[in-house]
Design a protein around this ligand. Sequence first.
Ligand code: V0D
Length: 251
Amino acid sequence: MSIRWPFFKKKKKKTTELTEDIPKHVAIIMDGNGRWAKRRGLPRIAGHKEGMDVVRDIVIAATESGVEILTLYAFSTENWRRPKAEVDFLMKLPKEFMHVYLPEMIENHVKIDTIGEFKGLPDHTRDAINHAKEKTKDNKGLILNFALNYGSRNEIVKAVKEISNHVNTGTLKIENIDEELFSSYLYTKNIGEPDLLIRTSGEVRLSNFLLWQLAYTELWFTNELWPDFNEELFEKAMIDYQARKRRFGGI
Ligand code: V0D
C-alpha cells in the first residue's frame, strides 16, 4: 500500500510525448512474417506480403515523427538458404512495393536507398530498385534504406579487403587506419549509425545485422510479429528510447 501525502500538491505527471530527442536513424529487424502466416494456416509468403504493407505504415509513421533515416533488414545473406519458391517470391517484393507505394513514397519526399551486396540480387529485382532510386534520388525527406543481401560480417571482411588493397597499392598508410576510416569502408558510410534498433517477434539477437554500427545503439525488442507491428508500437519504441535518453542525461 502506498502512503499518500495530502499536504503536497500532487506533482503533475509529465506527459510522455514525442518532442525532443527523436532518434535520427532507426533500424528494424522485421521478424515473424512466416510465423504470423503459419498461425493463420497460410503459406509463409502470405506473411511476407502482409509485412510489406506494414513497411508502408512504418515509413509514414517515421516520416511524421521526424525520423531522418529508416534502415530495414529485408533480406539477409543467410536467407538464400530458404526454399527457392520463397526466395523467388521475396525477390519480387521490391517491384510489388514500388508498384503499390512508389507514388505515395514520392508524395512524402522519401528517398529510397539500399545497403548490401546489390550485385548478388536477380536482375529484375535490381531493375525495380534502380528505378525507384532514380525516381527518388533528389528527394529530401526520409531516407528509406533497405538492407538486401546484407550480412554484417561479410561487410566487415569486404572493408578489410578494400583497406588492405589500398595499403598494398600505397594509397593508404597503416598509421591512418582508425575507427572513422574503417567506418568509411562500410555500406553505411553516408548514413552513420542507428540511434535505435527495433526487432519484432521475440527473438533477442542481432543476427548478423549492422554489428559494427550498433555498438552504441539503444536496442528495443517486442514479442509482436512484424505483420502485427503498427504505428502505436513504433511510437512506444520511440517513447522508451526517449525515457532511456532522459535517464542517461540525468546522471
Ligand atoms: C519481406 C517484411 C519491401 C520482411 C517486409 C527482397 C520480409 C516485406 C521490400 C523492398 C520484403 C525492398 C527494396 C525496395 C523496396 C521494397 C522488401 C524484401 C522483402 C526482400 F527498394 N518489403 N520487402 N524486400 N518483405
